[in-house]
Design a binder for this molecule. Structure first.
Ligand code: HEM
Length: 478
């Protein structure tokens, strides 16, 4: 039971009838509750995320199962058995906030760990690689996969014209068109940090690291036909699956493993270790188990926690850091910038985003500051009163960088975009290869023949059988 009040606590007398001059007369502007309701309605919507707009989230726990303290000083990994509270959000990428879940698309896999030295956000996907190697093309990717400016329809032409013009996209395209391109649910997919990150140990040693989250529910996927039938009856199949599983206490779990590369190896391996379109072979850098992610609590309110959640790759903690991957470097700017626009400058105070350790950043003021704003504490630094002391003990080892500043053309300098997609193709069973051909043909739809041919040519460079299979499915000469 609760009594209805205005936003400022005054009792609402009548919530059924507007106040009018006589039973047939016009409204009276002293009906302040009516105007408050209308004004609030106009402001209920906030901008959706530019990509990854449709998503589902839940709270959970991360538990360490294996000692990796020789690689990182990060407190969340400091002892076997240690638990850290977390929040996760899974998404489709291209669809808007109301899009159907069971679409062929990559899935976002964003995790927020509330550690005692600040929040660590690992904002990954369900694929170990990405379409791009250079962030300059990211806004174009978004334009190519979203709606056409004239028809307002998704466009196979735009999509495939772009992808096939960028040879580095083939690896990711092959994964998205494979039998794994439509996960049956968020619980039934793996997650990846995708980029190369770094660890810094207590001994001040740097390691390059990749993060892998393997589903304990097993991989399950949908075919195009199954997905089409499902979307016809349930547009929210992923949201429903995750929410219901947690409600019935069937808590989904993922095993976190890492690949670790000693810092000096980066100059020796035959591939570019910071190239987001490549994986590191597991035979060179085997998976090392670290712990378990378990999601065990639904949000009480979707908007408050899931819609307002803000994940940013720049939310790092001591012992976990970045690499020279230029895609990652651009993401260090893009997310918090988007969130300052989407949620406001003080979005770090929204409970789902707030760190669960003491926070003393001397940013002040701004819209919706609700935490007391550090009262009368002087806010300049240096000051003579011991406030806002920097923490040099957390400095990372220096990073060696060399080379001339230029617009380096990696497509010429470092041009093998076909070996790894070819390896992936050759790993598939003949049945999986056939599914890949047919999914590709359906997805290319009414794209013009010259674009189809360009894709066939790219696939042929990865493996002649890949090109021939796609050509057959597209009924193109090959
Ligand atoms: C969401 C930018 C590449 C995973 C977003 C958002 C932006 C963005 C602006 C919306 C943030 C918000 O409003 O809260 C970029 C840029 C990229 C890039 C500029 C490349 C230069 C990637 C890559 C991955 C990724 C490579 C995965 C490895 C995600 C995920 C979300 C997201 C999972 C949704 C986070 C959530 O659930 O709130 N991206 N992105 N993005 N991005 Fe990226």
């Amino acid at each position: 039971m609760s009594k209805l009040t205005t936003a400022f606590g005054a009792p609402v007398v009548d919530n059924q009838n507007s106040m009018t001059a006589g039973p047939r007369g016009p409204l009276l502007s002293q009906d302040v509750w009516l105007f408050e309701k209308l004004a609030n309605l106009n402001r209920e919507i906030i901008p959706e995320r530019r990509m990854h707009a449709k998503g589902s989230g839940a709270f959970g726990t991360f538990t360490v199962t294996n000692d990796i303290t020789k690689y990182t000083r990060a407190k969340l990994f400091s002892a076997v058995g240690k638990k850290t509270e977390m929040f996760a959000r899974f998404t489709t990428v291209a669809g808007e906030r109301g899009a159907a879940d069971a679409e062929r698309d990559i899935r976002g896999f964003a995790l927020k760990f509330y550690t005692e030295e600040g929040n660590w956000d690992l904002v990954g996907n369900n694929t170990p690689v990405f379409f791009l190697r250079d962030p300059r093309k990211f806004p174009d990717l978004n334009k190519a996969v979203k709606r056409d400016p004239r028809t307002n329809l998704r466009s196979a032409t735009n999509n495939w014209d772009f992808w096939t013009s960028l040879p580095e996209a083939l690896h990711q395209v092959t994964i998205v068109m494979s039998d794994r391109g439509i996960p049956a649910s968020y619980r039934h997919m793996h997650g990846f940090g995708s980029h190369t990150y770094s660890f810094v140990s207590a001994d001040h040693e740097r390691f390059w690291v990749k993060f892998h989250f393997r589903t304990q529910q097993g991989i399950k996927n949908l075919t195009d036909a199954e997905a089409a039938a499902l979307v016809g009856s349930d547009r929210e199949s992923h949201q429903r699956d995750l929410f219901d599983a947690i409600e019935r206490q069937d808590f989904p779990k993922w095993t976190l493993s890492i690949q670790v590369m000693p810092e000096a190896d980066a100059e020796k391996v035959p591939y570019h270790p910071f190239d987001l379109t490549k994986v590191w072979p597991k035979k060179d850098y085997p998976l090392i188990e670290v712990g378990v992610v378990e999601l065990n609590k639904n949000a009480e309110n979707f908007f408050a926690d899931v819609e307002q959640s803000a994940f940013a790759p720049n939310n790092l903690v001591p012992g976990i850091s970045v690499s020279p991957d230029k895609m990652l470097q651009a993401r260090l700017f893009a997310y918090s910038d988007a969130q300052r626009y989407r949620l406001g400058v003080n979005h770090h105070q929204i409970p789902v985003n707030a760190a669960r350790c003491p926070v003393h950043s001397n940013h002040r003021d701004g819209a919706m500051r609700v935490d007391g704003n550090y009262g009368g504490t002087p806010h300049y630094e240096p000051n003579s009163f011991g406030h806002w002391q920097e923490q040099p003990g957390y400095r990372e080892p220096p990073l060696k960088i060399n080379g001339n500043g230029d617009f380096w053309n990696f497509r010429e300098d470092d041009a093998d975009y076909y070996q790894q997609p070819g390896d992936l193709f050759r790993l598939m069973t003949p049945a999986q290869q056939q599914v890949l051909f047919e999914n590709t043909a359906r997805a290319m739809g009414d794209a013009p023949d010259f674009i189809k041919q360009r894709h066939i040519d790219n696939c042929t460079k990865a493996d002649p059988a890949y090109g021939a299979g796609v050509a057959r499915a597209l009924k193109q000469p090959g």
